[in-house]
Design a protein around this ligand. Structure first.
Ligand SMILES: [Fe+2]
Length: 197
């Protein structure tokens, strides 16, 4: 037997998705919660703050690789197009690892591009296209910013007993960035293409 039309309308209303929901934040940015990690409150707070800086810079470096992947021009377009995208993917993996460590330490990860732009130490590139040597200079400078802060953060985390953060920063961030620098820097060495000089 079909149910009365009034009841059907009520059921449909309940089945419809709720949209435009609003509520207060469950955790404001910059206010870590305590997690049972056998680490002091100050250690977690310092690691979260440092990792958020590293996260903003890693997200910016990642996006710089995608910009250059799209906008690269010249005889090395194809190989750089592929290399830049490979490095983008690798930086994206680092972004996820850093962000999730911030959360597990009880912090809140910086996430949206506007917030990242306010936080990063990497200089803003122009919206337009640039020549390959300029693209590469920007990438190498960004890598050096990341490497410099990462080494300082790794030492601080180790001194504070936060071995997990130290391991992430050394084993993943520093080693991956150093490796990428090798591949990118090789493209701006003035080597003869055909005849030895
Ligand atoms: Fe692509």
């Amino acid at each position: 037997m079909a149910k009365p039309i009034l009841e059907a309308a009520t059921v449909l209303k309940q089945a419809a998705p709720l949209t435009h929901e609003t509520a207060h934040e469950i955790q404001p940015f910059g206010h870590p919660i305590r997690m049972p990690l056998a680490l002091s409150e100050q250690t977690c707070k310092d690691s979260v703050e440092n990792l958020n800086q590293l996260l903003a810079d890693t997200m910016t470096l990642r996006d710089l690789y995608k910009k250059h992947h799209w906008q690269v021009a010249g005889p090395t377009l194809y190989q750089l197009h592929l290399l830049f995208d490979k490095h983008y993917d690798e930086q994206n993996e680092l972004v996820d690892k850093i962000a999730e460590r911030i959360q597990l330490l009880g912090g809140v990860s910086v996430a949206m591009s506007r917030d990242v732009a306010e936080t990063t130490l990497i200089p803003r590139p122009p919206k337009g296209r640039e020549e390959v040597p300029v693209q590469i200079s920007r990438l190498l400078h960004a890598h050096e910013i990341v490497l410099k802060e990462a080494r300082t953060m790794a030492r601080r985390a180790a001194d504070a007993g936060d071995d997990g953060t130290n391991d992430l920063v050394v084993s993943d961030v520093i080693r991956r960035n150093e490796f990428q620098v090798w591949f990118v820097a090789g493209h701006v060495m003035a080597m003869p293409l055909v005849r030895a000089e």
